[in-house]
Each structure stands twice: as C-alpha cells, then as structure tokens.
Design a protein around this ligand. Sequence first.
Ligand code: G6P
Length: 367
Amino acid sequence: TSAQKGGYPFFMLKEIYEQPDAIRNTIAPRINQELPDFTEDGIDDAIFKDCKRISIVACGTAMHAGMVGKHLIEKKLRIPVHVDCASEFRYKDPIIDEETLTIVLSQSGETIDTLEALKLAKNRGSKVLSIVNVKGSTIARESDYVLYTHAGPEIAVASTKAYTVQVAAMYLIACRIGLVKGLITEHDAKRFMTKLTNASNIVEETLKCADDIKRVADHIKFATDTFYIGRGLDYTMSLEAALKLKEISYVHAEAYAAGELKHGTIALISENVPVIALATQEDVYAKVISNIREVKARGAYVVLVSMDEEVNDPSICDQHIRLPKMDSEFTSFATAVVLQLVAYYTSEAKGLDVDKPRNLAKSVTVE
Ligand code: G6P
C-alpha cells in the first residue's frame, strides 16, 4: 500500500532514501572507542588472526558487495581474497582449507546456492563468517559467526540498502582484520573509522543529485545498450551498476574495465551509445579521462561521475554527476546511490513496475 511506501511511488525509492539510517544502524553498534569491535556480535578475533586467505561467496548484488570487500582488503591489508558466486563455488572443488576464512553475504539468509556453498566451506575446515540481514535465517544459523546488517526489511526485489550495509560491513571487517593482525595502527584504524562513519552523510549528500540523475535516465531510457566504465573500485561498482540497470529497466548494460574496452568491445560504442564513466579514483583519474576521450571520439553520449567541481574540458562529457569530495577509498557509498538512482529513474521513466521486475525473485530458495 502507499502508506507502507511512506509517500514514495515505489519501495525501491523509499529504500534508497533509507540508506543513511541503515548505514548508521549497521556501523554505530560496532564502534568502541573509535575502533571496530565485534564483541557484542560474539565474533572471535581468532578467525581473523589465524586466516591466511579469504574466500568470499555470495550471489547477485551480495556478491558485488563482496567484491568491494576484496578490493579493500587486498589493497589495504595485502591478504589474498577470492570472490566466487555461490553457484560456481559449489561445483569447482574450491581451494579452501583451515587457513581460509570464508565470508558469506546474503540479504535474505535463504539463498540456496549460498547456503550450500557455506556448508561446503565448513566441511573443508574453513571458518564461516556471514553477513546477513534477516535475523535467524538459515544462513545465519548455519554459520560459525554472524555479523547482522541492520537495513531493516527490504521489499523491492532489486537490492539497494541491503547492499550498502553489506559494503559497510566489509569496511568494518577489513578494519578489524587489519587491527587484529597488526597490519594497521590504531591511529590509522581510527582515521579509517571516522571516514566510514561519515559514509551515511555522504549518502545523504549524494541523494541531492537526484534531479541530475533523472536527466541521465531520461536519456538512457531510449537506449538499447549502455556501458559503465571505470578502473579499480569504480570497475567493481560498474558491475553492480550494470546489473541494477538491467534488472529493473531492461536496458542492456555492460560493465567494462575502462582500460580494457579497446581490447574488446569498443566497436560497439557508436553514435549516442550512453557510456557512464565512473571517475572517482584519484590514482587512475587521468587514465579514465583518456578512456572517456576514446569513447567520445566514437560519438558516445558520456555521463561523467566524478568529484570535479567543474569539468575543465566540457567536450569530454554530455552530463556530469558531481559527487561530494571524499577519500577515494570511500566513494563506493556515493557511487552506489548514483547507480541505484540511474536504474530506478530509468525504470520509472519507462513506466515499469520498479519493485517487481519480470522473472526475478527476491530470494532464490530452490535450485
Ligand atoms: C536474488 C535477488 C538478487 C540478490 C540475490 C542474492 O537473485 O534477485 O537481488 O542479490 O538473490 O540474494 P541474497 O538474499 O542471498 O542476498
């Protein structure tokens, strides 16, 4: 009913706007003296101390949250992380053992492939920590340890707030692992946590771009094919961006590592093909800009997502979504809001049932 939607036309939009609170509710209870602390969750630090490798298993959007975790853990802590979708993990004789920590992500806690992957990991002697939104769900019960996300119920089939809190949980875990293993100092961990705490404010700020994003959607709704490009963390975010757009607007979207385009599908970029370029990573910013020039030269319609106050050379993009200034390591939260709103407004502009996309289920409990 419309009352349940709190005045929003769809649950998805309501849930997008619930993210600042959801993130706050997930992070705040795990901060003790400015440091990440899972004592209340009953998570034994030994699983972090003893692990040599990390294996992340999940499906769909939850897997993309895991990929943000991989990026972060490998970059900051130099611990190897492998991410698999659960349906592949189960049947490939995965390389895991007692020294591997398995992290499972699931909003519902009921996804059958993820549950079976979890059991397999346990059988191989790996400790399993799950990040789950639904209390008491099967995955939560089967895991050695659970870090509950506090997104509250998510009704729209396309996951939004449950994703950003999974991402937040990955940041918390990365920081805790770093501390327990002595890979980061308390001082650095505190600075990291200050920035993480600010993620909810960043989401609030980014939500103010909604009108600009609507204009992007008004262009994309006519497209048959679109591209999301980016490097590093932005490439990881592109994967989720493309998935979300496809899921609810039925516009085909492809995520490409910006530098890889010329080794593959750049021939598909022609006049007016929308290319959404994520350029939030300082270390590769100039590289992404030069990739944008490559697609622009082929006539692409470019939407630039960056922290630039203004774009120095307006010929590189047709629209600009300007994110608030922040550390490159934490842009995932802002980018998530942009990609969710692009998908949402495109679906809405096409007159689709945003909350119930065809052929998709909220949670897949049968094989
Ligand atoms: C389904 C949903 C996706 C979701 C995936 C994993 O396919 O349509 O949106 O990401 O399942 O769900 P889970 O509940 O395990 O996070």
